[in-house]
Write a protein that binds this ligand. Structure first.
Ligand code: CTP
Length: 196
């Protein structure tokens, strides 16, 4: 918004880091594109970004020779149209921010690699996640009810449903690392099917 204020969201980045670490431990060469304030995992190439546009460019570059793209990032859907160069001062008039839409990274980065998305929802979990699966042309979507206290933003656990064209698999409450392992099991199966 200005040099001291920003628009952001409640995502901690923990699920994305868990995916990166789990893939690394299975022997994958991992590029983690992130704006999260978490310590970088060892043996993972970390690309730090601050804006959705920067994330788009970094993801495009990382996908050039990738087998799979997993997008757990809670990308800001909007950015401020005209960020102020000096700190805004409070005044008599209400402040109105004009917001413009950011690029949809997952919808636009397409290719022969396996594409997995997350759906952060507070209602109609499966209907909304299914719509995103189809609209973004994904192989798999991880549907995440972020209104539950033990799932989603900031906490160590997650409760998700894996959704693909053939149906839904509801997983129990798991650590974010265990969720990552279940997602990667699916990715391994998808890659094997493609190579068969
Ligand atoms: N995503 C993305 N770029 C965006 C917004 C979302 O790549 N600008 C990705 C997310 O990383 C996630 C998936 O798209 O894998 C779904 O994101 P989500 O925030 O659940 O939904 P949106 O598509 O942004 O739709 P809405 O906010 O209207 O629910």
């Amino acid at each position: 918004i200005d040099p001291v204020r920003m628009l952001t969201n409640r995502s901690s980045g923990k699920q994305g880091y868990a995916l990166a670490e789990a893939a690394r431990d299975r022997g994958a060469r991992v590029t983690l594109v992130s704006s999260a304030e978490l310590p970088p995992p060892v043996a993972v190439q970390v690309v730090r970004v601050e804006t959705a546009q920067q994330m788009l460019e970094a993801v495009q570059a990382a996908c050039r020779d990738a087998d799979a793209l997993l997008m757990a990032a809670a990308v800001a859907d909007y950015r401020v149209a005209h960020p102020a160069t000096e700190k805004l001062k409070k005044g008599a008039a209400p402040l109105t921010l004009e917001l413009v839409e950011n690029p949809d990274i997952l919808a636009s980065v397409r290719g022969p690699f396996v594409r997995v998305g997350f759906a952060a929802e507070t209602s109609d979990l499966l209907a909304n996640a299914g719509a995103k699966l189809r609209a973004k042309g994904l192989d798999l979507i991880v549907a995440n009810d972020v209104s539950a206290r033990d799932a989603g933003f900031g906490v160590e656990t997650n409760r998700v449903t894996l959704l693909d064209a053939s149906g839904a698999e509801e997983l129990p409450l798991l650590s974010k690392r265990e969720v990552a392992e279940r997602v990667l099991d699916r990715v391994v199966r998808l890659l094997a099917e493609r190579r068969a």
